[in-house]
Design a protein around this ligand. Structure first.
Ligand SMILES: [Zn+2]
Length: 184
């Protein structure tokens, strides 16, 4: 390999390392805008699920700027040309608008509706716990449409992952209920 090529590779490696450093250690932490977020639509006053354009936020963060713009909303594409006035509410307290944070906080200190064991802290690496609604239907929390999550959690009970699997199975196979000895 020509020495110029080594120099070019070294330059690229240093540039990439510098940009990564700016993104992750920079003053504008765009990670607080990761994932689906819930916000009250200023027009309808209803909860909507939105997503911030993370690519643009990351690029802006590299040059030390903050750029927050939506890349999706439950009201889109019909309302894709809206003025994104909800961003004011979002920017004021991004973490508490993240769907993940809302669900995590809800599970804190709660016990499973079925086995009464404490529900472990939410983790991106673990299976998701579930919720059981007033109708008795069990569903994993992240399968609830995000914009319906606050409303669902308000009337639901928490279900640990193990009970989620077991109880969902019995719900889907009621014919096998006779083989469920611990219920008797
Ligand atoms: Zn349980």
């Amino acid at each position: 390999m020509a020495p110029e090529l080594y120099t070019l590779i070294a330059f690229l490696v240093i540039t990439v390392a510098y940009l990564i450093h700016r993104v992750w250690v920079g003053g504008h932490d765009f990670r607080k805008y990761f994932g689906k977020m819930l916000v009250t639509c200023p027009e309808t006053h209803e909860t909507v699920a939105v997503k911030v354009a993370s690519g643009r936020a990351a690029v802006a963060s590299m040059i030390g700027k903050e750029h927050v713009e939506l890349s999706n909303c439950t009201r889109w594409p019909e309302k894709a040309d809206c003025d994104q006035a909800c961003l004011n509410e979002l920017k004021a307290d991004p973490e508490n608008h993240q769907v993940w944070t809302i669900a995590s906080k809800w599970y804190v200190g709660k016990d499973c509706f079925f086995c009464h064991r404490p529900i472990s802290e939410l983790s991106h690496l673990d299976h998701s716990p579930g919720v059981v609604g007033p109708d008795g239907k069990i569903i994993e929390w992240d399968e609830v449409p995000p914009e319906k999550l606050p409303e669902t959690l308000a009337s639901a009970q928490p279900v640990c992952w193990n009970c989620n699997v077991v109880e969902s199975f019995w719900q889907q196979h009621p014919d096998m209920v006779i083989q469920r000895p611990w219920k008797h």
